[in-house]
Ligand binder design. Structure first.
Ligand SMILES: [Zn+2]
Length: 378
């Protein structure tokens, strides 16, 4: 997902954090800090446990507690995602990465596209139920704290933290079960629908319901000026759209190979060619990128974006080899064209050379693929 930063690895799976979550942690800490008295009363009411506020309201304590609770939410989301991953692993699905979002996370599966409903159902359900369990354990701790410490002021702080984290995780549980694709509840809905119809149709229905929920969240968020809800609405809307699109491509292109999509023969350039010549070639051929070939072997790729980084005045003196991308990804002619599309969107590139025995025999571009998908629709 765009806008994510890698923070570490768990069971060998890269864990990324989305920038929205990085904003939400300090924001939540601040909101908790300024409303500490109101929040304490609410927690006292929910759990029906008296809370000593002597230390809670002292000095910088509201902000320290806000930060601890916000990190508690982070931990809750992490545990939720790990649960998805453990079930995925048991079902033989490989997870490529985990992205932590404010309302849960996204576990990116290795073979994206259409998952088996029998795998998706338990995988989607385990996340929210882990959040529920985590919340209930924290709620249980609320009642154990008074017996653990003789100091009511310290007990007050612990009850506040456990109580708040319990509430957040139970909200996470409830929220994720809303059937708004791509949230867990939406995945459960898709898996259920997929037992009665083709998966791409199930995805389209689940995605449309997800978009409907997103619009409702957005309207409520704007009416009550709730920035969290507006952010979630945007996420669900964009997520539902992109998942449905990718699914439709998978359906339309499921038996199309790279060979039948590629353009051939390929215009290539040599590493020693000057950039001004390359720019001229782009203009005359209308191609936005060329493979770089030396002694019949592919050695790199050069695109308009690369050329544009060099000012026109310097293009005469520079050669292709100075700025080309080395060791480009290639695919064999027999590869499914969906692989090409996935690599292009993951690496944000527009074309992939098709190679056989180390020699380039064609090139597949994003627009070639979109054209073929359009024709298959007809
Ligand atoms: Zn989840």
């Amino acid at each position: 997902m765009n806008g994510s930063y890698k923070i570490g690895r768990l069971f060998g799976i890269p864990v990324l954090i989305h920038f929205s979550f990085l904003i939400v942690i300090p924001l939540l800490a601040w909101i908790i800090g300024i409303q500490i008295a109101l929040t304490t009363t609410t927690i006292q009411y929910i759990f029906q446990v008296p809370i000593d506020t002597t230390l809670i309201t002292a000095g910088f304590m509201p902000w320290i507690l806000g930060t601890i609770v916000a990190l508690g939410l982070f931990l809750g989301v992490l545990v939720h995602e790990i649960a998805h991953c453990i079930v995925a692993r048991k079902k033989g699905v490989r997870i490529q990465s985990i992205t932590l979002l404010m309302f849960g996370g996204v576990s990116r599966m290795e073979e994206e596209g259409v998952p088996d409903p029998k795998v998706e159902l338990p995988m989607a359900l385990v996340g929210p139920f882990t959040s529920l369990l985590f919340g209930l354990v924290c709620a249980g701790l609320v009642y154990l704290v008074p017996g653990m410490t003789p100091y009511p002021a310290i007990a007050g702080i612990l009850i506040f933290i456990f109580g708040y984290v319990a509430v957040l995780n139970i909200l996470l549980f409830a929220f994720n079960l809303i059937p708004a694709f791509p949230m867990d509840g939406g995945r459960v809905l898709r898996a259920a629908l997929a037992q009665r119809m083709p998966v791409h149709k199930a995805t389209r229905i689940a995605a449309n319901i997800g978009k409907g929920f997103a619009i409702i969240f957005g309207i409520i968020g704007l009416l009550f000026f709730n920035p969290f809800l507006i952010l979630i609405a945007l996420f669900v809307y964009i997520g539902a759209g992109s998942e449905a699109t990718m699914d439709q491509f998978t359906y339309l292109l499921h038996n199309v190979t790279a060979e039948s999509t590629m353009s051939s023969p390929v215009t290539s350039v040599t590493p020693a060619l000057s950039l001004s010549k390359v720019a001229e070639m782009m203009l005359s051929t209308k191609h936005l990128g060329f493979p770089v070939v030396e002694h019949d072997k592919l050695v790199g790729m050069i695109t308009l974006v690369d050329v544009n980084r060099i000012s026109p005045a310097d293009r005469e003196a520079k050669q292709v080899r100075d700025i080309m991308t080395r060791d480009p990804v290639t695919l064999p002619p027999s590869a499914p064209v969906m692989d090409a599309l996935r690599i292009m969107s993951a690496r944000n590139i527009g074309r992939i050379p098709i190679a056989q025995d180390g020699r380039i025999i064609g090139i597949v571009t994003r627009s070639d693929i979109l054209k073929v998908a359009e024709l298959k629709k007809a």
